[in-house]
Design a protein around this ligand. Structure first.
Ligand SMILES: [Zn+2]
Ligand SMILES: [Zn+2]
Length: 255
């Protein structure tokens, strides 16, 4: 599996984009950044978007993508998957005909650009050779991370935004995770703020990893606040966990 990091930042500045991870050019995990970094041809290949939660920095790319699909030469549509409360929030607050056109009925209600599909926690969704399973994480709003497995048994788990989470690690940590992409937004000095807002610090990350029966082969840190990137990087190095590092916008990782 090839994952292109369209964005992995916890705040937006030039060169620091909101979270979005493109799997093998077709399936997107979170949609903070799409049309500002992908060429038209690459945008048109996206068929599915799995959204961890409805915060603006994780969904903000979808309206522009839907808009570009309207203008595409060939007929295009994209399906957005998430848990029911997230789908409800997106429908009510984003594609509501006020903030943005309702692309779930454009150009026709039975042949629309955008489909919103509800998935259930712990229930796998099959997508060709991939199986995607949502698992609840603890954040300021209802949120899930996605465990993704390909036909060869390679697995990665993307947390989206998460604070300390009690049960999920026990559930997914029993089988080998080849790659973990996990939120570390703040340095250790901001632990109280991190817990209050549902994010992790390097110290909290170490506690979370200790809840997994099998340690993941590689750990990639996402959603860092650009202002504190250097501090977080230093604190991550101190934890001394093999195969762990901060992600960069635009890089590609292989699972
Ligand atoms: Zn969030
Ligand atoms: Zn976020």
């Amino acid at each position: 599996m090839r994952i292109k990091v369209l964005g992995c930042s916890g705040a937006e500045y030039p060169g620091s984009n909101s979270p979005a991870f493109l799997l093998d050019g077709e399936i997107l995990f979170d949609a903070g950044t799409i049309t500002s970094v992908l060429r038209e041809k690459q945008q048109m290949r996206i068929r599915k978007i799995f959204v961890t939660h409805a915060h603006h920095d994780h969904i903000r790319g979808i309206p522009s993508l839907a808009d570009n699909f309207v203008m595409a030469r060939e007929r295009r549509c994209v399906t957005v998957f998430s848990i029911p409360s997230v789908v409800g929030t997106i429908r009510k607050n984003l594609f509501n005909g006020a903030v943005w056109p309702d692309f779930t009925v454009i150009p026709h209600p039975d042949d629309a650009i955008l489909r919103l599909v509800k998935v259930r926690e712990g229930r796998p969704v099959r997508n060709g050779k991939y199986t995607v399973t949502p698992y609840r994480v603890k954040h300021a709003v209802p949120s899930v991370g996605f465990l993704v497995e390909d036909g060869k048994g390679r697995r990665f788990y993307y947390t989206g935004d998460t604070g300390p989470t009690p049960d999920t690690w026990e559930k997914i940590g029993k089988r080998k995770i080849h790659c973990l992409i996990i939120d570390v937004s703040f340095p250790d000095a901001f632990e109280e703020l991190a817990i209050r807002t549902g994010h992790l610090t390097p110290r909290l990350l170490r506690v979370e990893l200790s809840k997994m029966a099998l340690p993941p082969a590689r750990v990639f840190v996402t959603h860092t606040k650009p202002r504190y990137r250097k501090t977080i990087e230093r604190e991550i190095r101190k934890i001394k966990i093999n195969g762990m590092r901060l992600l960069r916008d635009g890089e590609t990782i292989r699972v």
